[in-house]
Write a protein that binds this ligand. Sequence first.
Ligand SMILES: NC(=O)c1ccc[n+]([C@@H]2O[C@H](COP(=O)([O-])OP(=O)(O)OC[C@H]3O[C@@H](n4cnc5c(N)ncnc54)[C@H](OP(=O)(O)O)[C@@H]3O)[C@@H](O)[C@H]2O)c1
Length: 311
Amino acid sequence: MKAVRIYAYGGRDQLLVEEAPVPQPGDNDVLVRVVATSVNPVDWKIRAGYLKDMLPYKFPIILGWDVSGVVESVGNAVTRFKPGDAVYSRPAILRDGTYAEYIAIDANEVAFKPATISHTSAASLPLAGITAWEVLINTAGIKAGDRVLIHAASGGVGSLAVQLAKARGAYVIATTSAKNSALVKSLGADEIIDYRAQAFEKTIKDVDIVFDSLGGEIQEKSWQVLKPDGILVSIVNPPSAEHAAAHKARSAFVFIEPDAAVLTELARLVDDGKIRPIIAAEFALDDIVAAHALSESGRAAGKIVVHVGNP
Ligand SMILES: NC(=O)c1ccc[n+]([C@@H]2O[C@H](COP(=O)([O-])OP(=O)(O)OC[C@H]3O[C@@H](n4cnc5c(N)ncnc54)[C@H](OP(=O)(O)O)[C@@H]3O)[C@@H](O)[C@H]2O)c1
């Protein structure tokens, strides 16, 4: 099969499009023929070696952890899926990934794809959607009426987080640059802060939940907008417990795992018209270097999808 593999950590020149063996599904696995995948920042962070102490890989590695595709075959112990089913997944990060024509995935990490959207759109959802859910629902316990600040609202995660928070009845304040403010407004944000023109920490207050997808200085400035007992949840760097205590706030760090139950919930929200995937750009698997370059620029508005096979 065609796959993109890396044989060493490094730059985009490590991404090799080549022939690789089709994976053999284990008893609990589903072999998925990949129609589309997407690029997430974690892909190039792993490629560059930034996560090598946390994630012990053996080379070569097939990167990519979002897939929408069709079940090709199932392991002996799998009863929930059959060949021909349209599925999507954010598979386990330590197994070979989705920049390939086939991937073997534990059936517990697979869900039926949303019926009303294409594989292209579905491939954009799993990793970013599970992240938005894990932060807002499982960690922050979002409820109707909460004031929620979502940083980088035009990003892959942010564009879904805004819609999920709105679907839960929250009041959403979103940071974005002017060029993406119409997009973010269209996702349902109640208040937009153009981060290049306004200091968010001087503009808003009494926030229940800060969704931090930027870290660093933005995270530091975010404490002051929280209500007492509000929560800052970061997906980038663990927040300081001391700073949380000084602001009488709570804090959490999230690094997501596969979650098929959440994918099933997300599929329902998509099919009910409550969430729509936002696609920034589409690439062929052969153009994976350009797809990484766009993700690394930090400027993509929505998700970067990569086409792999026919629907
Ligand atoms: N811990 C986890 O499990 C987990 C899961 C998913 C993602 N992540 C991490 O979360 C981060 C975000 O991921 P992503 O996929 O959403 O990234 P992304 O799609 O690449 O984010 C790009 C967006 O960020 C916006 N942006 C950049 N700087 C900004 C600023 N100062 N203020 C407001 N918006 C800004 C850009 O908008 P403009 O062009 O308008 O500036 C762009 O639309 C990454 O570091 C990723 O690795 C962690």
